[in-house]
Design a protein around this ligand. Structure first.
Ligand code: COA
Length: 163
């Protein structure tokens, strides 16, 4: 007799205040310098777009985006290490950029650590370009680390082919 096991796809949904504990678990697993509870609460309070990936056993990732004056800013894109490299990061960004476009954004902006090749590759795949540097922007083990500033023209078509 063969057993049929239902594997549910992670679902993207708006973050609630009650998700913050689970979000912090993912954040702390994924980043060496994670955001604090207060930062996530502030993002919810001010009405930023805050999404979570929900899997069968809990939260797997989150994305935070602000939007004003025709510009969206991707503030945090995070996938739990156990679920990375399955296309979830790309799907999350694609969803956020589509939402931003629908809401009138013409450009998407973000910062990324110069050492973060995984994120850099992902953003390049999503059509972002380097537009500048922010010296000593991030905390680091030894001193501070520079951020690369990236931008994506949202008037151009978004890449297709999301898994
Ligand atoms: C960066 C991050 C969001 C990517 O999410 P993900 O779900 O693992 O990425 P995806 O599976 O959607 O990968 C999409 C593309 O990103 C790039 N990429 C992702 N992980 C990579 C890695 N470890 N090394 C090199 N490139 C990588 C690849 O180009 C990949 O495409 P491919 O699989 O066709 O080669 C994830 O690694 C993460 O959460 N990291 C910790 C938090 C972080 O650094 N966030 C970004 C802050 S700016």
């Amino acid at each position: 007799m063969s057993a049929v096991v239902a594997i549910s796809e992670p679902r993207l949904r708006p973050m609630q205040e009650t998700d913050v504990n689970g979000v912090l678990e993912v954040e702390r697993a994924a980043y060496e310098f994670p955001w604090t509870r207060a930062i996530f609460r502030d993002c919810l309070r001010v009405g930023y777009t805050c999404l979570v990936y929900e899997g069968p056993r809990g939260l797997l990732g989150h994305g935070i985006m602000s939007l004003a004056a025709g510009e969206c800013h991707l503030l945090n894109i995070c996938i739990h290490p156990d679920y990375q490299r399955r296309g979830l990061g790309r799907t999350l960004i694609e969803y956020l950029l589509k939402l931003a476009k629908i809401r009138g954004a013409q450009v998407a902006l973000l910062e990324v650590r110069v050492s973060n090749r995984a994120a850099y590759n992902l953003y390049m795949q999503m059509g972002f370009d380097e537009i500048g540097m922010r010296p000593a922007y991030y905390p680091a083990r030894a001193g501070r680390e520079d951020a690369m500033m990236l931008a994506r023209d949202l008037t151009l078509p978004l890449p297709t082919g999301t898994r």
